[in-house]
Design a protein around this ligand. Structure first.
Ligand SMILES: Nc1nc2c(ncn2[C@@H]2O[C@H](COP(=O)(O)OP(=O)(O)OP(=O)(O)O)[C@@H](O)[C@H]2O)c(=O)[nH]1
Ligand SMILES: [Mg+2]
Length: 337
C-alpha cells in the first residue's frame, strides 16, 4: 500500500509527509512506513499480553514539488507518482497566494492529458501491429483502451469507471486518473475545524489539514499533549488518522485480526474478500491449503471479553471458503500444507 504525496512546489507536500511520517522517519528520507492506528487491538493485547504486536502499515512517499510555467505539475511529478497505489495531493490554502481549487483542477487536467497520451500512443502501436499480423494484438486490450479513451475524451477521470480502472489488461499502464486520490486542503490551523470542503471531483476525497501545525504536533513526545492541542482547535482526529481512514476507504480495505500469546496482529484485506483470500494475505500457503476459518466477530469478542467464554457461548463460528470476511473479524485459519 504505497501512497504518494505530491503537489505544486510550496504547497506543503514535505510538511504533510513529515506530519504523517513523524520527525525521525522524515529526517531519514523521502519514504516512510506509518502504522495504521488500530485501537481495536487494545483489548486483544490486554487479554494475551503477546510477545509481539504488529499493526498494518502504509508507505508514504514525499515527492518533489511540481510546477511548470504553463500551469501544470510537470513530467517529473507525474513520473514519481505513477507507481503508487493511492495519491495524496496537497493544495495550498494557507498562503493566500494560490487558489487551492484551481490547483486541484490543474492536477486533474494533468492526469487526463497524461493518460490520453498513453492511450493514444498504445492504440497507434496496436494499429501498426495489426497491419503486420492480426495475432499480435489482444482484442481485449484494444477494446479496453478504446473504452478508456471514451471516458477521458468526455473529460472524466478513469476512476469514475471503477470496473474499467481495475481491468487486468490495463494494469501495466498505471493510469494516473484511475488511481484513488485524496486532496489535502492545506489550511491555516485556525480554519481547519470550521472548513466545509467543496465538492470533490469524481470519487476523490477532500480532507482539510494544517500540515505545518500537524508536523509540529508530531514532534511532541506526549500523546496526551498532542490530543490536547488538536482538541483546542476543534479538530477531532490527527491528519494521520484521517488520511489513513481515507486511504482505506478509497482502496476499499478492511482489517481482520489474528490473536494469540505469540502475536496480536492486524491485517488489511479487500472489502468483499472471501476467507481464502484473507488467508492469502498472511501466507500464500494458507490460501492454497485453506480448509476452514474459525471466526469470532469483533462485537461478540467484546461481549464475551475472552476467548474461553466466547467458546462456551458458542460465538466462534466455523466458516468455509465462501465466507465474506468482515471488518474486525478475529480469525484463525485451518489449512493443509
Ligand atoms: N503557514 C504554513 N506554512 C506552510 C504550511 N505548509 C508548508 N508551509 C511552508 O511552505 C514552504 C514549503 O513547504 P514544503 O512542504 O517544504 O514544500 P513542498 O510542497 O514540499 O514543495 P517543494 O519544496 O518543492 O518540495 C515552507 O516554508 C513551509 O514552512 C502550512 O500548513 N502552513
Ligand atoms: Mg518538498
Amino acid at each position: 500500500m504505497r501512497t504518494a504525496i505530491f503537489g505544486f512546489s510550496g504547497s506543503g507536500v514535505s510538511e504533510l509527509f513529515a506530519a504523517l511520517a513523524g520527525p525521525k522517519a522524515a529526517a531519514a528520507g523521502a519514504r516512510a512506513m506509518s502504522k495504521v492506528p488500530e485501537p481495536r487491538l487494545d483489548p486483544l493485547i490486554a487479554l494475551f499480553t503477546p510477545k509481539k504486536i504488529t499493526y498494518s502499515e502504509i508507505e508514504f512517499i514525499d515527492t518533489p514539488g511540481g510546477g511548470t510555467r504553463s500551469g501544470g505539475l510537470g513530467e517529473r511529478t507525474l513520473v514519481e507518482v505513477r507507481s503508487a497505489d493511492c495519491l495524496l495531493g496537497v493544495l495550498d490554502a494557507f498562503s493566500g497566494l494560490n487558489d487551492p481549487a484551481a490547483q486541484m483542477e490543474a492536477i486533474e487536467t494533468d492526469f487526463l492529458v497524461a493518460d490520453l497520451a498513453v492511450v493514444e500512443k498504445r492504440l497507434e502501436r496496436l494499429a501498426l501491429d495489426k497491419r503486420k499480423n492480426k495475432d499480435l494484438v489482444d482484442p481485449e486490450e484494444e477494446k479496453a483502451l478504446q473504452a478508456v479513451m471514451e471516458v477521458l475524451e468526455s473529460e472524466r477521470p478513469l476512476r469514475s469507471e471503477p470496473e474499467l480502472a481495475q481491468a487486468g489488461v490495463l494494469r501495466g499502464f498505471q493510469f494516473l486518473s484511475g488511481k484513488p486520490v485524496l486532496y489535502a486542503w492545506n489550511l491555516p490551523e485556525s480554519e481547519v475545524a470550521g472548513f466545509t470542503p467543496p465538492e470533490a471531483p469524481n470519487g476523490a476525497l477532500i480532507l482539510p489539514v494544517a500540515a505545518r501545525f500537524e508536523k509540529e504536533l508530531a514532534e511532541l513526545e506526549d500523546p496526551e499533549e498532542r490530543e490536547m492541542f488538536l482538541t483546542d482547535l476543534g479538530i477531532s482526529e490527527s491528519a494521520l488518522n484521517r488520511v489513513i481512514r481515507g486511504v482505506y476507504e478509497l482502496l476499499g480495505l478492511i482489517s481482520f485480526f489474528t490473536a494469540g500469546d505469540k502475536e496480536v496482529r492486524a491485517w488489511p484485506v479487500r472489502d468483499g474478500a472471501k476467507a481464502p483470500e484473507a488467508a492469502g494475505v498472511i501466507h500464500t500457503d494458507f490460501q492454497k491449503g485453506f480448509i476452514r476459518a474459525e471466526v469470532l466477530g469483533y462485537d461478540d469478542f467484546l461481549k464475551a471479553e475472552n476467548f474461553k467464554k466466547a467458546k462456551e457461548l458458542g460465538l466462534f463460528r466455523l466458516e468455509g471458503k465462501e465466507y465474506l470476511v468482515k471488518d474486525g473479524d478475529i480469525v484463525e485459519f485451518r489449512f493443509n500444507v
